[in-house]
Ligand binder design. Sequence first.
Ligand code: GUN
Length: 293
Amino acid sequence: MAQIIDGKLLSAQIKEELKEKTKILINEKGIIPGLALLLVGDNPASKSYVSSKEKSCSELGFKSIVERLPDNTDEATVLGFINKWNADETIHGILVQLPIPKQIDEQKVIQSISPKKDVDGFHPESFGRLVIGLPGFVPCTPAGIVEMIKRYKIPTKGKHVVVVGRSNIVGKPIANLMYQKNPDANSIVTICHTATSDLSYYTKQADILIAAVGVPRIIKAEDVKEGVVIIDVGINRVEDSTTEKGYRIVGDVDFENVKNKASAITPVPGGVGLMTVAMLMQNTYKSAAGEVL
Ligand code: GUN
């Protein structure tokens, strides 16, 4: 059976390291890392992500501000909060939870965040820096994936990484990170997406398969080769009447069957999702400490 890449353990370690570094930053420089979070609407998954980000801030000794706005909020109101936080010296990171309702232009919101406080790494300036290989904010889920691969010492040089999904949040940035010429990457990268007619043809060639599709258990055992490393980014709710909530969370990968063929695999839950929050905390700490831009 595959080695389990334990996101729960790793994220706890990273948060513990950050908690110690934060104490030092506060004692020596008087800087308390500050994160502003904005949530529009009542998407249940988004609400739960924002709450866990808020909770992590308090665990680490960060300041956090959370604005929860109704679904019919207009664009000007959102931009108003961002402008206020851009000018607030006690705020080092600004995050607008995505997706946001349709009446609000997502790109306009992303681009209104100061690149100096872009802890989500979604601003075109951050993405451009990532592609060129310059220092900058790396989006949290891709940063978490890189950290998992690194801490589990998974070889990447010359390996074939197949990314399924081309979202701005995960697929595009992780693909661009994995071919960079540095010791944590240096891979050969293929990106599959909705126009890929024979997905299995590509996934079977992967040494490292990164699934970021958003379709429950779409990757089956027959779609992967023996010894593959599986990074499952999917967080999908499926109905389950045996649970208290009436649903349960599964990944994009059929974990129970794929684990017998893989050499290492991230579980869902307990994998990449927890790393995303840890990396957001890391980006916010680095912003406060002046380590990024
Ligand atoms: N929605 C899904 N993932 C993310 C994320 O990493 N950041 C934000 N802001 N929204 C998301």
